[in-house]
Design a protein around this ligand. Sequence first.
Ligand code: SF4
Length: 347
Amino acid sequence: MKDHIPDLKGMLLSELEELIAELGQPRYRADQMAGWLFSKGVQDVSEMKNLPNELKAALDSKATTARSKVVRAERSAIDDTEKLLLEYPDGARIEAVILTDDERHTGCISTQVGCRFGCRFCATGAMGFKRNLTPGEIVEQILQLQRRLSPVRLNNLVFMGMGEPLDNYIALMRAIRIANAPWGLAIGARRMTVSTVGIVPGIRQLAGEGLQINLAISLNAPTQKLRAHLMPIAKRYPLGELLDALKYFTKTVGRLITIEYVLLKGVNDSLEMATMLGRIAEDLLAKVNLIGYNEVEGVAYAPPDDESFARFAARLKQQCPTVVQRVSRGGDIAAGCGQLCVLPDVK
Ligand code: SF4
């Protein structure tokens, strides 16, 4: 924080306190700032009405605040899903989604602009990698969704929008700490899910954070060979190593993992694969979310027909009692799995 201009939206309360002390102001000013930034969700310092003007001027010269604008908002005609296209001041654009299910209002959050992992079925992967989002930019994204929903509170977060969260680990954890803190957005860790493509060191590190957070693994294939074909990262972190890390996570954090499995017609939807997936789920004590593929322009995969989907699910249920068949959300606005994100089973 010392050799660059700090971003207030990416700062912990203790860091706001340090900054306030440096400026010779009383400690409670930091609480007031956290309230304006994270509870009221203001865009910048000029809106912090109860701060003295000299402090606002000092903050303006010493710090910045991440900003974004809503370029486009699309609401699904078939469910309550709303997708926002956000732009940061450097022109970088990301998508974020609000998924509503009765009392559950979930924000699907992006952590990178684009993605470097190139999974074959994914629209984001096809974009390539542009850059990481900063902690403040991730928090600002959550605040944009909160502004949209207000006065209703966003009460769940899933980090499964654009990009691979564990590939932007430090920024992700800082945003999670701010979202989780009582002085921040006060969203319980049990109501947050990080979804990964299978970055083994990141899974182990997340397990050690002391947070009761949920983990979802985008598995999509029950064998190393098929997984490495669909998701190149599996060459670097093979299935065996990945499963060991997932077991370690469950044991350490005490939360059950969710396996995300996108069904691709004729690729990973055979009954034999259902049996293999069932064994993996049984071994990990994991829940499985089965998702029919959402077609993506320019990608040569298709969803299975309803009958094959049902047969696959029935076979899987013989070994794994917790199988959720996901109707992909917001399919008409390209906010569904592999197009942007999926809704996991977050309680
Ligand atoms: S599925 Fe996730 S990790 Fe794979 S390319 Fe898409 S965004 Fe990246």
